[in-house]
Design a protein around this ligand. Structure first.
Ligand code: GRF
Length: 227
């Protein structure tokens, strides 16, 4: 079955709620991208499970309403997710971007936002899901690292992949150096993925994201230079 993720009405911008837990550099990339009049998406709320998240300041700076849903206030995941869901809907969100949101979501929440929630992960999925990605990439001796933007499914870091960016792994890389290189790619990949969805160019078919109007890509890339 083919599901068009977004009703093709580019005149009505997507109303995006962004969930964060920390620094918010990907949030910033999304904020900057949404400043473009040609971007059919608008960030209507930034919600954090951490009152200290630096990203909240970025949202306030941009005049975007912020909300804190503190996990310590809830007895279990289900009640936390119910309040999160309500905060998103009260803000008028019809789409969710996870941007460094460090909390597992319940199956009910993920189902409620199926094909209307995307995440960015700092690896070329399905390789290296989970935490400590960059150290594991280096330990494995991979020649490329990268990032993936994907629709969210219940299993962590799974779901149809919309956009990926690859970066070389250098011989003298540390996890931090590699993370910084990947992060730069993330800041390009996440706005691109949001734009493609908002423009109605993404369909999910048999659990794969089919994207119209992909930019031309080379047939293959042989090993990157090592230094
Ligand atoms: C990014 O590396 C993202 O891929 C991962 O968490 C990190 C968040 O960074 N999911 P920031 O808060 O967007 O700066």
């Amino acid at each position: 079955m083919a599901l068009n993720v977004r009703a093709p009405d580019p005149a009505t911008p997507l109303k995006v709620g962004v969930l964060i837990s920390g620094r918010g550099s990907n949030l910033q990339a999304l904020i900057d991208a949404c400043r473009d009049d040609a971007m059919p998406a608008q960030i209507v709320a930034v919600i954090s499970n951490n009152a200290e998240a630096a990203g909240l300041g970025r949202a306030r700076q941009a005049g975007i309403p912020t909300h804190i849903v503190n996990q310590q206030d809830f007895a279990d995941r289900a009640s936390f997710d119910t309040v999160l869901d309500r905060a998103l809907r009260d803000a008028g969100a019809n789409f969710v971007c996870l941007a460094g949101f460090m909390r597992l979501l319940t199956r009910d929440f993920v189902t409620a936002w199926r094909d209307r929630m995307i995440n960015i992960h700092p690896s070329l999925l399905p390789a290296f899901p989970g935490l400590d990605t960059h150290a594991r990439v280096l330990a494995a001796g991979a020649k490329f690292a990268g990032c993936s933007v994907h629709f969210v499914r219940f299993e962590t870091d799974t779901g149809p992949i919309i956009v990926q960016a690859a970066v070389p792994v250098r011989a003298d890389d540390t996890p931090d150096a590699l993370a910084a290189r990947v992060l730069e790619a993330e800041h390009r990949a996440y706005p691109l993925a949001l734009r493609l969805v908002a423009e109605g160019r993404v369909r999910v078919v048999d659990e794969r994201a089919i994207v119209d109007a992909r930019p031309p890509a080379p047939e293959f890339i042989l090993n990157p230079p090592e230094a």
